[in-house]
Each structure stands twice: as C-alpha cells, then as structure tokens.
Design a protein around this ligand. Structure first.
Ligand code: FPP
Length: 253
C-alpha cells in the first residue's frame, strides 16, 4: 500500500475563512463554445481549454482543503448537439482519462463517474472503469464526473430500482425514506454539494443533480468556463461565505 501525504493547505487567500469553506462544489461548465467563437476558433477548442480549467480547479480544491468537486461534463440532452461535437467530446473524455490517470494517482484524486454509462462506447467505458478502480482507495479530492447524466432520469431509475425491491419483498413500503432513497441514486455515498457554480451567466440548473442540490447555495458568474480560474473561485467562495445557510429554518436575526 502506498502512503499518501497528509493534506496541507496551500495559498488559501487570507480573506477566506478556512472553517467555512464548502466541502463539496458542483460546477456547470458552461460557455466553452462561446469562448472559442469569440476567438474565431471552432467550438471544440473551448472544450479543450475547459479541461485545463477543470484540472486547475481540482488542484485548487486540493490546495484550499475542499474535499469534493463534481463537474457536469455531458448531459442526457447533449446528444442533440452536432455529431462531430459529440464525437469530439467522447474522444476527449477518453483521451483525458488515459493521459491524466497517472497524474490523478500521484495527486491522490479519487475519480468517479455518475450517469447512464451503459450507452457509452466500450473503449470509453473501459477507461472509465479503469480510472475508477485504480483511484478507488485514493484519499484526496473526490472528483465526480457527470457523464450522460440527467437528474430526472436518475430519480426515475432510483424509483424503478426501489419499486423492484418492494415487489420482490426485499424492502417494505413504509421503510422508504430520504436516506434509503439516496442509496438508489448514482451519487450514493457522495455528500450533497454545498455550492453550485454555473459559468456564463445562465440562471438554470439544467437537469443537474436535482435531488442533491436541494440546499446548495447557487453562484452564477458571467465568466465563461475556460476563463474561470482560481481568482474566480476565490470570488465565488467569498460570496458563499456571505450567505447564511438556514436549511429551511429561521435565521439568526
Ligand atoms: C458546455 O459549454 C460544456 C460542455 C457540454 C462540455 C464540458 C466538458 C469538458 C470541459 C470536458 C471535461 C472532461 C473530463 C474528462 C472530465 P457549451 O458548449 O454549452 O458552451 P456554449 O454555451 O458557449 O455553447
């Protein structure tokens, strides 16, 4: 067994309170296409740059003591994009996984994919399962990639699985509660995000983590995803630390 280094906080901006950081950040990485278009480049260039942004953010989470990051890489609706863009994205996921696995191991990242993975190409599935298996015992940042993910689909699949258990007499109807139900979601075992960041200004959650985002703070920035760097994350965290999280209860005032 390899001995992993203890987490050492690095370069946390002084105006951030290390005790009030989100434990889990979810990101909707929007604006890649527009970023490329503004530079007169094909949309796929934006996705390529988006990967670099994601890598940097993952490192930033490690440095600042944020234990989980979930990224919306491909929604069930994204199949409706032009075929060449879908093909590019699928090849990009595969290439990134192959290229970055060693580094993820070295940086102690634990990667997990959530979504309906069965319909992905066999070669992509095999890279995904290899990366998940190899990094399973890593204890650093938990990095979740939502691929062919749809929040409604996840809930319907969960309902179907739970109904089957009831039908087979393995679960009693009266025993179903929120915590049992969570065990039937793709994100089983992953704590809910505290903060959702959406880039490029759109005020929507676009079928992302519909159950899990119930009490997340939402931060929307006009910055396009490829430009979302550490300074932008710092700003988002300052904003988050101004919020009073009440979880439906009465506030302090
Ligand atoms: C949305 O921008 C972005 C996507 C649908 C793809 C994001 C995927 C990555 C950055 C790759 C991640 C890779 C791994 C392996 C985790 P958009 O195309 O909708 O931008 P637009 O709104 O400007 O058109």
């Amino acid at each position: 067994m390899t001995v992993k280094e203890p987490i050492v906080l690095k370069d946390l901006p002084k105006d951030l309170d290390s005790n009030r950081l989100p434990k889990h950040i979810a990101v909707i990485m929007d604006g890649n296409g527009r970023w490329a278009k503004r530079r007169g480049r094909p949309r796929i260039m934006g996705h390529q740059r988006g990967v670099d942004t994601l890598k940097d953010l993952l490192r930033c989470c490690r440095d600042w003591g944020i234990s989980a990051l979930t990224a919306y890489a491909f929604s069930t609706e994204n199949w409706g994009r032009p075929l060449e863009e879908v093909d590019f994205l699928m090849t990009l996921f595969e290439r990134v996984l192959r290229r970055e696995l060693q580094e993820m191991m070295a940086e102690n990242v634990k990667i997990r994919f959530v979504g309906n993975l069965d319909v992905l190409s066999p070669s992509l599935q095999s890279e995904i399962f290899r990366a998940m298996a190899d990094t399973e015992n890593n204890t650093g940042v938990q990095f979740t990639v939502a691929t062919n993910y749809g929040g409604r689909q996840e809930i319907v699949e969960g309902c179907r699985a739970i109904a089957q258990q009831v039908q087979q007499g393995l679960l009693k109807l009266e025993d179903i509660n929120e915590s049992i139900f969570e065990g039937y979601l793709y994100t089983k075992g992953i704590p809910d995000p505290d903060l959702l960041i959406r880039t490029s200004g759109e005020m929507r959650i676009s079928n992302f983590l519909l159950w899990q985002l119930a009490y997340a703070e939402i931060y929307v920035t006009p910055t396009l995803w490829p430009d979302f760097d550490r300074h932008c994350l710092h700003k988002a965290l300052l904003d988050y630390q101004q919020r009073e999280r009440r979880f439906g209860k009465v506030g302090k005032t």
